[in-house]
Design a protein around this ligand. Structure first.
Ligand code: ZN
Length: 334
C-alpha cells in the first residue's frame, strides 16, 4: 500500500538508528537526539549467504491463511531453509471463507493448497490450528497461546516468520490476533513456570530468538531481505494457492479471457502453466502488487538497495549481554 511505501521511503532516507552489534542494542544517550530505541532504525540488508550457516536451527512460518506467507515472506522462508534451517508451517485458521464452492469444499481445497505451499517451500511439518476464518478476534487467546507454546517447545523453534503484531491499519482480525498471540508465545515458551505439565511430558522451555515480521500497512522496517535467487520458489509457493487469493490459476484465466477477445499478452508466454507463473511474477509480485496484495512491488522494495527482488520486515533478535566481554577486558587479579 501507499502507506508502507511511504515508510520504506522514510526509512531509506538516511536516518540511522545506532543499533549495537547485537542488533537491538542498549539505549544510549545521543547528543541532541532521543535515546536509541526511540529513533528510526537503520535498515540492514540481508544478502544471500554461502553454505548452510543456519544448519541446526528451526523456523516456523506462521500464517492465518494459506496465502499469507506466499504473498509476503515466501522468498525469505525459502532463503532461510536453503541456508540450512529446518522449517515448519503453522496455519491458524481453517480458511473457510476464502474460495468458491461450499464451505466444506472451501476448507478442504485450502487445506490441500496449504500443504502444497509447505512442500514448495521445503517445510517439513504442517500444523493447522483451524480457528474459524475471520473470527479470530472472538477466540480464547490464552488457549491459542498454549497451543503455540507447546509447538515452540516440541519443535524447538528458534525463529518465526509472521505478521507484525505492531503493524497498523490491519483490517483482518485473523492477521492481528495471530500476530499478537505469536509474539507473546515466543517469550513465554522459555519460561519455566508456564505450563509445567509440558515439562512433565518431556518438553523443555524454549524461547524463540529471532523474528521476521511482515505487514500490509505501515510498520517499523529494519530489514530488507534479498530474495532474488529465490524469486521462482516464491512464484511456486503462490502457484499453490488455487482456491483463494490473486495468484494460483489466475494467469491462465486471464490468458483465456484475452483469447476470447482475440488478444494475448506476450509476457504471459504460450501455455497455461507459463501464464500462471508469469502472471504471478510480473503482476502479483510486481506491476499490480498494490492492488492485488496491498503492498509495494517486491522489485520496488528492493530498488533503493540495488536488489532485484526483496521483502521487508521488522526483524527482532535478543539483546546479547556485554557483561562477559567487559569482564574479559577489565577484570584484574586480587
Ligand atoms: Zn490472510
Amino acid at each position: 500500500m501507499q502507506r508502507r511505501g511511504f515508510v520504506a521511503q522514510v526509512l531509506g532516507g538516511g536516518v540511522v538508528w545506532r543499533a549495537g552489534a547485537g542488533g537491538m542494542g542498549q539505549p544510549r544517550a545521543a547528543a541532541g537526539g532521543p535515546p536509541e530505541w526511540a529513533r528510526v532504525p537503520e535498515v540492514v540488508v540481508e544478502r544471500p549467504l554461502r553454505g548452510k550457516p543456519h544448519s541446526g536451527k528451526v523456523l516456523a512460518a506462521i500464517q492465518p491463511h494459506a496465502d499469507d506467507i506466499p504473498f509476503f515472506a515466501a522468498g525469505t522462508v525459502a532463503k532461510l531453509v536453503g541456508e540450512g534451517y529446518t522449517g515448519h508451517l503453522i496455519r491458524t485458521t481453517n480458511d473457510e471463507k476464502a474460495g468458491s464452492g461450499t464451505v466444506g469444499q472451501t476448507i478442504l481445497s485450502n487445506e490441500r493448497d496449504n500443504d502444497a505451499v509447505a512442500e514448495a517451500l521445503g517445510l517439513e511439518k504442517v500444523f493447522s490450528l483451524e480457528y474459524r476464518n475471520h473470527q479470530m478476534d472472538g477466540i480464547a487467546r490464552e488457549e491459542m497461546r498454549e497451543r503455540l507454546i507447546f509447538l515452540i517447545r516440541l519443535l524447538k523453534i528458534d525463529t518465526v516468520v509472521c505478521y507484525d503484531p505492531w503493524g497498523v491499519y490491519e483490517e483482518n482480525p485473523d492477521h492481528y490476533v495471530t500476530a499478537q498471540v505469536v509474539e507473546s508465545a515466543c517469550w513465554m515458551a522459555g519460561m519455566e513456570k508456564d505450563y509445567p505439565e509440558h515439562q512433565a511430558a518431556g518438553l523443555e522451555p524454549h524461547s524463540v530468538r529471532e523474528k521476521y515480521y511482515f505487514a500490509r500497512g505501515p510498520q517499523l522496517v529494519n530489514r530488507i531481505v534479498d530474495i532474488s535467487p529465490w524469486i521462482n520458489t516464491k512464484v511456486e509457493a503462490n502457484l499453490c494457492n488455487k482456491t483463494q487469493g490473486a495468484a494460483g490459476d489466475n494467469g491462465a484465466r486471464l490468458r483465456a479471457r484475452l483469447a476470447a477477445q482475440k488478444l494475448r499478452l506476450p509476457i504471459l508466454g504460450d501455455s497455461d502453466d507459463a501464464a500462471n507463473r508469469e502472471y504471478i511474477k510480473h503482476f502479483v509480485l510486481d506491476q499490480d502488487s498494490r492492488f492485488l496484495r496491498g503492498v509495494p512491488s517486491d522489485r520496488e522494495v528492493g530498488r533503493p538497495y540495488g536488489i532485484e527482488w526483496a521483502e521487508a520486515f521488522h526483524y527482532i533478535r535478543p539483546v546479547e549481554s556485554t557483561l562477559d566481554r567487559y569482564i574479559a577486558e577489565q577484570a584484574v587479579p586480587f
